[in-house]
Write a protein that binds this ligand. Structure first.
Ligand SMILES: NC(=O)c1ccc[n+]([C@@H]2O[C@H](COP(=O)([O-])OP(=O)(O)OC[C@H]3O[C@@H](n4cnc5c(N)ncnc54)[C@H](O)[C@@H]3O)[C@@H](O)[C@H]2O)c1
Length: 351
């Protein structure tokens, strides 16, 4: 039995309590400063307010200012459950709290933009902690299709755990596997991370189709718009391959659980596809954020805005083939210029 400390008590970080506890580990769930009510409830009744389930016995809740106490000197694995907006906050907490290296696994989906390429978040966290504290952290990441609310009730779930250090990633698969949670090994950190982050971005494109259906006049036979969603899905997979290849990743990640699997799940529901629905109805990103999705964090849109400059610089420099990325460019334009999302059908791949 090991001790797993989870930092970030949102839905996904907290859902990871299930496989962790069912594998017999002691679990300490630490909220951020934004999770105070969730942790109050976990401490009082064991219930998670957002997941709407009672977490298993043996999960202990801690508030953000109790992180050092939760980490102690006996944490075997630290799981970062924050979303991309919380990564800088988590790096600060690690730097001020860690006295010795502890193995870390992240579920966060996002990319760090540099001038001429994108960096995976685990690499970014490791290099920042090294720069600021001198500590060498071993980092892994979990990708693949996983809806928190399903995992929280032990629905069958397949994920991918990736790290540069393959035996480390394998040890995490072994540590977390149950009869309903099936982590699989990958050494393709950048490929898995690009898929994990960009499937949110492309889910906006796939979601456009259902929203656009509402804008079109109803037809005699009440036709849906699934064909349109499918061709956008296909183009998204092609463009994921271009992005992954340009960063040195492998196509296996794109057609496997991190890419196709996760895009399928993300396109079914959630905030990214809802933004796509609204763009399909004819709203712009800003109109959606000021209206039907006020206050919502839309990770795929935030990613697009964050990485637009780097991707455009890469296309200009020829390290990314702009002609092979029409959907990416249409999404970037819609998000950064606050313009209508025009799907460039004729520019989609032909072979
Ligand atoms: N929901 C899922 O099914 C799912 C599945 C796999 C991976 N993920 C990824 O896991 C991450 C968390 O997602 P979630 O669905 O649990 O989201 P959530 O909104 O439920 O939780 C977000 C977590 O990040 C913290 N956070 C947000 N902004 C912060 C800030 N500015 N400073 C400090 N902390 C901040 C919150 O306090 C909370 O702990 C995301 O990157 C998401 O893409 C989610």
């Amino acid at each position: 039995m090991s001790t797993i400390t989870i930092l970030g008590a949102g839905v996904m970080g907290s859902a990871m309590c299930l496989p962790a506890r069912d594998c017999g580990h002691a679990v300490r769930l630490v909220g951020t400063h934004l999770d105070t009510e969730i942790i109050d409830s976990v401490k009082a009744t064991g219930r998670h307010l957002k997941l709407n389930v009672r977490l298993p016995d043996g999960v202990t809740g801690y508030q953000h200012d109790e992180f050092a106490k939760a980490l102690g000197t006996d944490t075997d694995l630290l799981l970062l459950g924050i979303s991309s907006a919380g990564v800088a906050w988590a790096i600060d907490r690690l730097c001020e709290t860690l006295k010795a290296p502890v193995p870390v696994v992240m579920i966060t989906k996002g990319m760090h933009p540099e001038e001429s390429r994108l960096t995976a978040l685990p690499d970014r966290v490791a290099s920042e902690v090294k720069r600021r504290t001198g500590l060498d952290l071993r980092l892994a990441a979990i990708g693949g299709p996983c809806i928190a609310g399903e995992l929280a009730v032990r629905r069958q779930t397949g994920t991918v755990i990736t790290a540069h250090d393959l035996p480390f990633a394998q040890s995490l698969c072994d540590m977390l596997e149950t009869d309903y949670y099936h982590p699989r090994l990958s050494g393709d950190v950048i490929g898995v991370e690009i898929c994990a982050a960009f499937k949110n971005f492309f889910a906006i494109g796939v979601g456009w189709a259902a929203g656009h259906l509402e804008k079109m006049a109803a037809t005699e036979n009440r036709a849906f718009n699934h064909n349109a969603a499918a061709i956008i899905f296909d183009q998204a997979i092609r463009e994921l391959m271009v992005l992954v290849r340009a960063h040195g990743g492998t196509e296996q990640s794109v057609w496997g659980m991190p890419g196709a699997g996760d895009l399928y799940v993300t396109a079914q529901a959630g905030r990214n596809s809802r933004l796509g629905n609204n763009l399909g109805r004819g709203l712009t990103y800003r109109q959606t954020k000021d209206g039907p999705m006020k206050g919502d964090t839309i990770e795929g849109a935030e990613l697009g805005v964050t990485v637009a400059k780097t991707l455009r610089a890469m296309m200009k420099a020829g390290t990314l083939d702009a002609k092979a990325l029409p959907l990416t460019n249409a999404l970037l334009d819609a998000l950064t210029n606050d313009s209508a999302l025009d799907i460039p059908w004729a520019q989609f791949h032909r072979m």
